[in-house]
Design a protein around this ligand. Structure first.
Ligand code: SAM
Length: 482
């Protein structure tokens, strides 16, 4: 196997190890959530079996695939711009190139894509990637190539993903697909279908394989990982119809976490995303019990106002969320916590916004991902509620929560100065070729002098300085985990 990873390759374009004998070229870009990046690795694996190696040069590609996101309107606009770019390249230098749209936008827009975007040759939804080889034949024979069927049981458990453009140290492992939560703002249940879990044995198999290849950290991925439930396959909502035996032997997320942690005690284990309504205390106890499960939880709340949470169909109140935070702090005192927040959800008042700010003051998140509400066609909110918060009000509220988050992030990084933390080295620092960049178990980035250390090493770093979001320090030796 020859490595063709271009060191300059960054961002959304990915490359993989070339397979000998493959002569066709695939250019694949991913946008949106980590699940999309993980899905592109499944698609690359399916296409490697069809004779495709990836390329970083759009001009050289036989096939261009873009894995798309529908979560906000802006994400869709980005993809449309990329389609224009592919079109320009196709016209100017590569007329034989075929273009396919994958993922959530494909699912949302279906055949419309072929009608509206003349450049697009194939449209494939998130559950239909195994059909890509057949769809490519349809394209070659001049037929329309669309498969956006959502599945009850597809989890791609039998496909070993090709790791694309990664650092060889950290990898994603998908454990659930779809989402049943029906948050009123969210398009995911419509684009990714109903929730189903992947066979734990295939998860452990993938984790063991990654460990053998030298990976040091995995992130278990799903829209709502805490809702993981394996009872032999099938939709989560059909669990009630399972046999007594299936119910008795079912495996939940806390049990899966323990299984993965035990299978590879030297590997760091992370997971994302947690939904507060499904996060149970036994998950926190599993985190406390196994030192290789990182003390970090991404716990989106979206709003600090119980009234807005109800409008969003989040299944918890402000007080219940605060009680969950108290539990996290009690069981895992040094746990990093991050948030997702939406400003300007329909009917949000200044008082609701103040409740969000005060919840943030209560939790003091380590970091966060904050967005202005973007109405998504077909969602419950779009059907039932007017998008009535003016753009400038959404923007101002967003600035206020971003500023507050920065204050809290700085509070956490400053608190760490003087302490010694464990860092897994991932890559060279973007700002200096003399420094490594890695993360603490709490998911904070640490930058320090390279010395004799190398990527993949677990190193103890004494923190001497910080910025709002980054810790700066000096290595003082290897960690016990090394
Ligand atoms: N499954 C997770 C949950 O519900 O907590 C995260 C799902 S989503 C892929 C990631 C984030 O995008 C959400 O947590 C939310 O903050 C944001 N988001 C989703 N829909 C949105 C919308 N219509 N407008 C703005 N932000 C949105």
């Amino acid at each position: 196997m020859e490595k063709i990873i271009d060191e300059k390759a960054q961002g959304n374009t990915l490359t993989l190890e070339a397979r000998e004998g493959n002569s066709k070229k695939l250019y694949i870009e991913s946008y949106g959530c980590q699940m999309n990046f993980s899905d592109s690795e499944i698609v690359a694996s399916i296409l490697a079996d069809q004779g495709y190696n990836t390329t970083l040069r759009l001009e050289d590609a036989d096939l261009v695939l873009v894995n798309t996101c529908s979560i906000r309107d802006k994400a869709e606009q980005t993809v449309r711009k990329r389609l224009e770019k592919y079109n320009a390249v196709k016209r100017s230098s590569n007329p034989k190139m075929k273009v396919g749209v994958l993922g959530c936008m494909a699912e949302r827009l279906k055949e419309k894509f072929l009608e509206e975007e003349k450049i697009v040759d194939l449209v494939v939804g998130p559950d239909a990637y195994k059909d890509i080889p057949n769809l490519l034949k349809d394209v070659e024979e001049g037929r329309e190539a669309v498969n956006v069927l959502l599945s009850k049981d597809e989890t791609y458990a039998d496909i070993s993903p090709v790791r694309l453009g990664g650092n060889g140290i950290t990898a994603f492992v998908s454990i659930t697909r779809g989402c049943d939560n029906m948050c009123t703002f969210c398009v995911v249940p419509f684009t990714r279908g109903r929730e189903r879990s992947r066979d734990p044995q295939s998860i452990i198999g993938e984790v063991n394989d990654l460990a053998e290849k030298g990976y040091k950290e995995i992130t278990l991925l799903g829209q709502n990982v805490d809702s993981y439930l394996w009872y032999g396959g099938g939709l989560k909502k059909d669990f009630k119809n399972a046999t007594e035996m299936e119910k008795a032997t079912a495996i939940n997320f806390a049990q899966l976490l323990a299984m993965v942690a035990q299978a590879q005690p030297k590997m760091r284990i992370r997971f994302s995303t947690s939904n507060p309504q499904d996060m149970t205390e036994d998950v926190l106890h599993a985190m406390a019990k196994y030192p290789n499960i990182c003390n970090y939880i991404h716990l989106p709340v979206q709003s600090g106002s119980t009234r807005i949470l109800k409008e969003m169909n989040r299944q918890h109140t402000r007080e219940e969320y605060m009680a969950l935070i108290d539990k996290v702090r009690e069981i895992l005192p040094d746990c990093g916590i991050s948030q997702d927040m939406i400003t300007g959800f329909p009917t949000e008042t200044e008082e609701d916004h103040r409740q969000t700010l005060s919840l943030m003051e209560y939790v003091k998140y380590d970091f966060g991902f904050m967005f202005m509400y973007s109405e998504r066609p077909g969602t419950l909110a779009a059907r039932k509620l007017e998008d009535d918060v003016p753009e400038e009000v959404k923007k101002r509220r967003l600035t206020e929560i971003v500023d507050l988050q920065q204050k809290h992030s700085a509070f956490h990084t400053q608190k760490t100065v003087g302490k010694t933390v464990e860092v897994l080295i991932e890559k060279e620092s973007r700002k200096s070729d003399q420094h490594w960049s890695g993360r603490t178990p709490q998911n904070t980035v640490v930058v320090f002098q390279k010395e004799h250390y190398k990527p993949g090493d677990f190193v103890m770093v004494k923190i001497t300085d910080c910025t709002t979001a980054t810790l700066l320090g000096e290595a003082v030796g290897y960690s016990e985990n090394q």
